[in-house]
Write a protein that binds this ligand. Structure first.
Ligand code: NAD
Ligand code: UGA
Length: 465
């Protein structure tokens, strides 16, 4: 089998995955030129500026070191496709909002348009890598589009799903638990797999690079996210039971997590999981199960999402109930809008759902998040169905937690930013109306101190708070 030499890589899609992933490849493989291309001009301009469009600890330094040397961001999709040996496709695959499978299936329109662009501009042999998360058997659809539309291209399609988590993307990329590569089990397919392995092998141990067939690789990504989401819904369902029984959910998580068969990670009870992928990927899995005639399997996975929606609703209901059943014209301070700490991403954030419910109840919602702008919050809340009129009248963006708390009846911690662990809660308490209500959706605050200061405390999975 002849070895394929990789000199140039192109990545279509300069988002949360494309940008950081390609920055890491450029850093670890200085001999490879990496072109990250996108149709969104504003995003590309941001990648070429000092304010990157994605906030990730450590990303700025890596981009700074390599940009203009072997890492380039541009809208020059055609040239980058023409010159690349490997083309990563890292475009969005959101839940379909129209037509067949609306609300569940993945919308593959960006994947399809990428495949059509590749077919049009590629000449000679190219390795096409699915980096986006897609339904099982999408590689077949991509290959069909490429073969039907290309005059000069010869293609091998690989699946190489990304497992990074936002907020820790650079660490995850530098030291991945595993790299997964799926391809056709033919001579050409195996040569393409080997070529991609050779890129990762510059910094990842070969034993951590798994190669397999296409369909197993594609499906493994959806299943990994479904299992992670399932653990959170499992512990969140138990958090409600803890609140009723006097058990403490963190103690239960500690006890079960020490069983090596269960393990300690992803057992943190919370106001609900957010992020762009868990919900959409579980929905996608549910849809696939239905399509393949497995309604019982579909229903099982759908429960993971139902519990998550219930947990978010339980939290906002608790706030309204504690405000004597009406939040009308009451100020509620919200600490954190991002779906987790160390990111500016608001997609599917639990904080957004809680803010939406409070705004609809008539509350004045004063939000502080260290990375999310007022514009970012507004766009997200409009997407959740809140009217511009309500936002104008009731949403306030604040520059600090203390500013948000001033004159508030209640305060809710909805993202676990480190700075919320060490706030001057005595000053926060003093600035609030009494009785001052505290709702900890992440269990990251010093509960004993809060109670001693005089707060009425509600924390997820704690009955004595
Ligand atoms: P994103 O929306 O941040 O970025 C996608 C980019 O693709 C956008 O900038 C868009 O303009 C661009 N794009 C769309 N069509 C294009 C085209 N035809 N040509 C050029 N550019 C085009 O999305 P993301 O968060 O980076 O996610 C991308 C994929 O990776 C998704 O399938 C997602 O499920 C998966 N994933 C995401 C994460 C994460 O942490 N965000 C982690 C693992 C996997
Ligand atoms: C997740 C997966 O962890 C990644 O492996 C995957 O690549 C990615 O989805 C993807 O496909 O997009 P991400 O959503 O960025 O990553 O972040 P997570 O750390 O998984 O957190 C997701 C949500 O679950 C957050 O809202 C977080 O606060 C919540 N969570 C996480 C909990 O409520 N409890 C936990 O114990 C862990």
């Amino acid at each position: 089998m002849s070895k394929i030499k990789i000199n140039r890589i192109c990545c279509i899609g300069a988002g949360y995955v494309g940008g950081p992933t390609m920055a890491m490849i450029a850093e670890k493989c200085p001999h490879i030129r990496v072109d990250v291309v996108d149709i969104n001009e504003a995003r590309i301009a941001a990648w070429n500026s000092s304010t990157l469009p994605v906030y990730e600890p450590g990303l700025g330094e890596i981009v700074e070191r390599n940009r203009g040397k072997n890492l380039f961001f541009s809208t020059g999709v055609e040239d980058a496709i023409r010159d690349a040996d490997i083309i990563f496709v890292s475009v969005g695959t959101p839940t379909k909002s129209y037509g067949l499978g609306a609300g569940r299936a993945a919308d593959l329109c960006y994947i399809e348009s990428s495949a059509r662009m590749i077919a049009e501009h590629a000449k000679g042999p190219k390795i096409i890598v699915e980096k986006s998360t897609i339904p099982v058997r999408t590689a077949q659809a991509i290959a069909t589009i490429l073969d039907a539309n290309s005059i000069d291209g010869q293609f091998q399609v690989l699946s190489n799903p990304e497992f990074l988590a936002e907020g820790t993307a650079m660490e995850d990329l530098a030291k991945p638990d595993r790299i997964l590569i799926g391809g056709e089990q033919t001579e050409e397919g195996l040569a393409a797999i080997e070529a991609l392995v050779s890129v990762y092998a510059h910094w990842v141990e070969k034993t951590n690079i798994i190669t397999t067939n296409l369909w197993s690789s594609e499906l493994s990504k959806l299943v990994a996210n479904a299992f992670l989401a399932q653990r959170i819904s499992s512990i969140n369902s138990i958090s409600a039971l803890c609140e009723e029984t006097g058990a403490d959910v963190d103690e239960v998580a500690r006890a079960i997590g020490m069983d090596s068969r269960i393990g300690p990670k992803f057992l943190k009870a919370s106001v609900g999981f957010g992020g762009s992928c868990f919900q959409k990927d579980v929905l996608n899995l549910v849809y696939l199960c239905e399509q393949f005639g497995l309604p019982e399997a579909a229903e099982y996975w759908d429960q993971v999402l139902q519990v998550n929606d219930w947990q978010k609703k339980r939290f906002s209901t608790k706030i309204v109930q504690s405000l004597f059943n009406t939040a009308m014209n009451k100020r509620v301070a919200v600490l954190g809008y991002a779906f987790k700490k160390d990111t500016n991403d608001t997609r599917e954030t639990a904080s957004g759902y809680v803010c939406r419910d409070l705004l609809i109840e008539g509350a004045q919602v004063a939000v502080y998040d260290p990375q999310v702008s007022l514009q970012g919050m507004k766009e997200h809340l409009i997407y959740l169905g809140v009217s511009e009129d309500i936002l104008e009248k009731q949403l306030v963006s604040c520059d600090s937690a203390l500013e948000a708390a001033k004159g508030a009846h209640a305060i809710a911690v909805l993202t676990e930013w480190d700075e919320f662990k060490t706030l001057d809660y005595a000053a926060v308490y003093d600035s609030m109306l009494k009785p001052a209500q505290f709702f900890d959706g992440r269990n990251v605050c010093p509960h004993k101190d809060l109670k001693e200061l005089g707060f009425d405390l509600y924390a997820i999975g704690k009955s004595d708070s």
